[in-house]
Design a binder for this molecule. Structure first.
Ligand code: ACO
Length: 342
């Protein structure tokens, strides 16, 4: 049991084809490319067409990951998302059915931007326990459906997308093994990153009630993200027995390039080991880490056996890190979201 690990055997992604640049946003908001890019590293983001859902992106990314792993099925589907297709039921069972995995357990996992790392630990534990052999873990979001298009504090930050990994039973020495994980939460400040209205506390807020749009206290989140991600990543790297200079790729939640560089500096990690993908896609919440992994692997920036350190921080507040090695995989990219008829 001690040597048994979940091992990543496939990775796939799906970005909706429509792209919104910072210049496009500056035509409708009091903002500029210079402001957005210098503060965040974001230059553009992909957005879904009206009617295209998180489940459509998740299905396409899930199919791509299964293809990458050379699998036609899995025995568990986990969908990390903050933007499900509807409040009830969960989106994961529909995704599983559309992938031809009907009948297997499938559930949504809500940990906002930490969702993928929460999913990695959950999938790892379930595989190591012997309950499941092959888990499909998807991170998928359509933040364009929850941000207030008139709020320049948040509308410029987010993008839509999905990416997925297949995890299977293997050993700690197999490239792709998830070696150590650690999660955390602090529920005393849910107000820092929130959609305050529309849930059971305020189901149908009127015009003066809490907003049903996403809200974030950016400055406070920034400070907490740097401190928490640094502590979390350091703890997991140390547990894995890695010195900072032995980490080949640092893949943090892609909210802000300045946050990732600040964390890397505190960890003593060389700047060139920091994977920054937010320039092309913005903050895609639960999809951001697997999208960054897929992108880096497609560019040849990740090779089999590399030591990869994942870390995330997000609403809840939630956070977590994972130490893994990179597998021998060929990422597969889906060019279009899956149609509901799939
Ligand atoms: N264009 C131009 N000006 C803007 C914009 C914009 N899009 N947005 C805000 N401003 C203004 C503000 O109004 C403010 O003006 P003021 O000084 O006159 O009040 C000024 O720019 C500076 O704003 P700051 O908040 O100080 O900007 P900061 O450098 O902190 O950057 C940002 C803001 C990018 C949001 C940053 O704080 C950040 O990245 N925060 C963390 C985000 C994060 O980590 N999220 C992860 C979790 S998200 C999740 O879980 C879903």
């Amino acid at each position: 049991m001690d040597d048994v690990r979940a091992v990543v055997t496939g990775i796939g992604s799906c970005l909706p084809p429509d792209v919104v640049s910072n210049d496009d946003l500056s035509k409708v908001l009091d903002t500029s490319h210079e402001w957005i890019h210098s503060r965040t590293g974001i230059a553009r983001r992909h957005v879904v067409k009206p009617g295209v859902s998180t489940g459509d992106l998740a299905t396409a990314a899930g199919a791509a990951a299964l293809e990458s792993a050379g699998r036609r099925a899995c025995d568990l589907v986990l969908l990390a998302t903050t933007t499900p297709d509807q409040p009830c039921p969960a989106t994961a069972p529909q995704v599983a059915a559309r992938l031809g995995c009907a009948g297997v357990p499938a559930f949504d996992l809500a940990a906002v931007c930490s969702g993928f790392v929460y999913g990695i630990e959950t999938a790892s534990a379930l595989i190591r326990s012997g309950l499941y052999e092959t888990v499909l873990l998807i991170g998928a979001e359509t933040y364009s459906t929850i941000v207030d298009p008139t709020d320049r504090n948040t509308a410029v930050l987010f993008g839509d997308g999905a990416a997925a990994v297949v995890l299977e039973r293997g050993s700690a020495t197999t490239p792709g093994a998830v070696l150590h994980t650690r999660l955390g939460s602090d529920g005393t400040r849910p107000d820092l990153i929130t959609v305050p209205g529309g849930g059971s506390r305020a189901p149908r807020p009127g015009p003066d009630g809490p907003s049903t749009y996403f809200r974030m206290e950016g400055k406070e989140v920034y400070t907490r993200a740097v401190a928490t991600m640094t502590a979390s990543a350091r703890e997991v790297a140390e547990t894995a027995g890695w010195r900072p200079e032995e980490v080949d790729a640092f893949v943090g939640h892609q909210a802000n390039a300045r946050i990732l560089r600040a964390v890397a500096k505190r960890l003593g990690l060389p700047r060139e080991r920091v994977v920054c993908h937010m320039g092309e896609v913005g903050n895609t919440a639960a999809a951001s880490i697997p999208l960054a992994l897929s992108w880096a692997a497609s560019r040849g920036d990740l090779t089999a056996g590399d030591r990869v350190l994942l870390t995330a921080f997000g609403g809840g507040l939630t956070w977590g890190s994972a130490a893994m090695t990179w597998p021998q995989v060929r990422p597969v990219t889906a060019l279009e979201p899956a149609s509901p008829a799939l």
